[in-house]
Design a protein around this ligand. Structure first.
Ligand code: PEP
Ligand code: MN
Length: 338
């Protein structure tokens, strides 16, 4: 941490700041220039609030240089994390893994028709909600365990991994036999009790960025899971809420290279929730691969106009197949493959 003292700070204020830092466990290095004193503080734990230092008399500004997350930070595993999945699929390696499927599991027919189409187009995992976080309590909330059974059956039939959202602690054990990846949705990014419980399981977790979540908060949420011993965390950008209303959310493509710099964890992009509009999904998916995404999560429905949720942002199977062809051309340009 760097503490710049005000030009007018007296020696007593500088000493007071040094004593405060030493009490917190820092080793303090002082450098006094012609006009200003700067303190370099190193070596304390990571749990401190820089505002307490900013408030000390004579302090002008404080900059934190160490990250507040230990396990999720790039320094923990500089070479990057590869999450190995059941059928030999690896997320975080050279291959960009595409996960696709309907927003929610509606029926056997809907799921199997969609799964067949996405498998033929080259997807590696089938997505589909069994428990749906809906803005309105009157909207379809998901078929629960019935949906999980269908997902597993479709996954096995079409050789696809299965990913589905877990909304609360009581669903974890129920879901484990059916899914290969547990998805934590945007609304639960800071459900710390749920994250702690997911730290105890030994199954990959895909953690989505909250609608108003900063990247630091996303990484701190990943830290909750990792602190429990589950290091198989995959992050996901799915758009954030901004003042722009044209799209459902604003897809922050820059989150992809930023996360790769700050963290060793694989980074996924979800252009479906990121834009909320079918016609904007392919351009944002292409941009995500170009920006270095390790995986994509895309909503595809066999009959989007009749979808029970998120139909407007779900691709028709033919659109998905075309997008996959385009992504297969883009990936090699950035050293990846699909
Ligand atoms: C979903 O993937 O269907 C979903 C609800 O996503 P999010 O949590 O990003 O809104
Ligand atoms: Mn959805």
């Amino acid at each position: 941490m760097i503490i710049a003292m005000q030009e007018a700070a007296g020696e007593d204020q500088i000493q007071q700041a040094i004593e405060h830092l030493v009490k917190l466990g820092f080793e303090v290095h002082r450098s006094t220039g012609a006009r200003q004193t700067v303190l370099g503080a190193v070596g304390a734990g990571i749990d401190f609030d820089i505002r307490n230092i900013e408030l000390l008399p004579g302090v002008q500004e404080v900059h934190r240089i160490s990250s507040p997350y230990k396990l999720a930070g790039r320094g923990f595993r500089p070479e990057g994390t590869i999450v190995e999945l059941a059928n030999g699929t690896r997320i975080g390696g050279q291959e960009v893994v595409v996960m696709a499927g309907p927003c929610a599991v509606e029926s056997r027919d809907q799921l199997f028709t969609t799964a067949d189409a996405i498998a033929k187009a080259g997807a590696k995992a089938l997505r589909g909600g069994a428990f749906k976080p809906r803005s309105s309590p009157y909207s379809f909330q998901g078929h629960g365990e019935e949906a999980l059974k269908l997902l597993r059956e479709a996954g096995d039939r079409f050789k696809l991994l299965v990913i589905s959202e877990v909304m609360e602690i009581s669903q974890i054990q129920l879901m484990l036999p059916y899914v290969d990846i547990l998805q934590v949705g945007a609304r639960n990014m800071q459900n710390f009790n749920l994250l702690r419980e997911l730290g105890k399981v030994r199954k990959p977790v895909l953690l989505k960025r909250g609608i108003a979540g900063t990247l630091e908060e996303l990484l701190l949420s990943a830290e909750y899971i990792m602190a429990g011993g589950n290091y198989e965390v995959i992050l996901c950008e799915r758009g954030i809420r901004t003042f722009e209303t044209y799209t459902r959310n604003t897809m922050d493509i820059s989150a992809i290279p930023i996360i790769h710099k700050l963290s060793h964890l694989p980074m996924t992009a979800d252009p479906s929730h990121g834009t909320g509009r079918r016609d904007k999904v392919a351009p944002m998916a292409r941009a995500s691969v170009a920006a270095g995404a390790d995986a994509l999560l895309i909503e595809v429905h066999c009959d989007p106009d009749k979808a029970w949720s998120d139909g407007a942002q779900s691709l028709f199977p033919e659109q998905f197949a075309k997008l996959m062809d385009e992504l297969r051309m883009i990936a090699p340009a950035v050293g990846r493959k699909i």
